[in-house]
Ligand binder design. Structure first.
Ligand SMILES: Cc1cc2nc3c(=O)[nH]c(=O)nc-3n(C[C@H](O)[C@H](O)[C@H](O)COP(=O)(O)OP(=O)(O)OC[C@H]3O[C@@H](n4cnc5c(N)ncnc54)[C@H](O)[C@@H]3O)c2cc1C
Length: 238
């Protein structure tokens, strides 16, 4: 789908954690996109046009009429602070899109591991919702989500509900929570353990989040687990 400019209105906001907001944009004309794609917003944070642009993954599935986003406020971050603190119901946002090739193949004929930290879950939530809605595949999907604290677990109820399906596995790991009975530490330990000794054969790995996590995952997968380069897909947030 070719990209173009849209103007949309914020119609709903949910404060998901102390630093993260979900919000929904309504556009006059429906935005056609593929699950996993992103848009680039022109935010009122700078005089120079190119310094105002920030990209955000669409967090919901293409069949839905609104566009959902899930944004974390970064310390000193102009765009993320605007989106999480200044946007209110009725705010108009200008954006271009959809863009990106971080999407699922038309026919899914391999198992998938999705690895993300924080709001990096957004494109995966879009992809899995789309797979469920369109009954696209029943190949195994394993979502590994990492964040610091329990309050930062995004889309928890929904993902736990989806995990009642035998084709979907959902693991959460927390890196800074003392009282947590689940996995502790970073995401890497989970896929390293689950996909060793040949269990990674044919599995495709999708990674989404910030550079520290993605750089380490790519090194792990390619050099330590010998996963083929073409089986590793990633969306780098920054
Ligand atoms: C394709 C794509 C999709 C994206 N989707 C999303 C999304 O769905 N949700 C989302 O929340 N973000 C997403 N991002 C990131 C987003 O585009 C912005 O980069 C992010 O919101 C920060 O912008 P900002 O204007 O707040 O920070 P800027 O004003 O650009 O300033 C950067 C500030 O943030 C701090 N900073 C920079 N990088 C990091 C980091 N890795 N960790 C902590 N602090 C840092 C710096 O110290 C600096 O103070 C996506 C990025 C891309 C490229």
């Amino acid at each position: 789908m070719p990209w173009k400019w849209y103007t949309g209105k914020v119609v709903r906001i949910i404060k998901e954690s102390s630093t993260t907001s979900r919000f929904w944009i309504q556009t006059e004309e429906k935005v056609d996109f593929e699950a996993g794609q992103f848009v680039t917003m022109d935010l009122p944070i700078h005089e120079k046009r190119l310094k105002r642009w920030r990209s955000y993954s669409i967090a919901n599935a293409p069949h839905e009429s609104l566009l959902e986003f899930c944004v974390v406020k970064l310390d000193g971050g102009l765009g993320s602070t605007f989106l999480t603190e200044e946007v209110t119901i009725g705010t108009e946002l200008k954006f271009k899109g959809p863009s990106g090739t971080f999407t699922m193949p038309k026919k899914i004929d391999h198992d998938i591991v999705m690895v993300c930290t924080g709001t990096g879950v957004a494109p995966f939530r879009s992809m899995i919702s789309d797979i469920i809605f369109n009954n696209k595949s029943r190949r195994k999907i394993h979502l590994i989500f990492g964040t610091r604290h329990e309050e930062g677990i995004l889309y928890r109820e929904e993902l736990e509900r989806w995990a009642e399906n035998d084709w979907f596995t959902y693991d959460v790991t927390l890196s800074r929570e003392e009282n947590w009975n689940g996995y502790k530490g970073y995401v890497h330990g989970i896929y390293k353990e689950a996909y060793r000794d040949g269990k990674e054969e044919g599995v495709h790995f999708y990674l989404c989040g910030w550079s520290q996590m993605i750089d380490e995952a790519v090194v792990q997968l390619m050099t330590k687990m010998n996963v083929k380069k073409e089986y590793i897909h990633y969306e780098l947030y920054g």
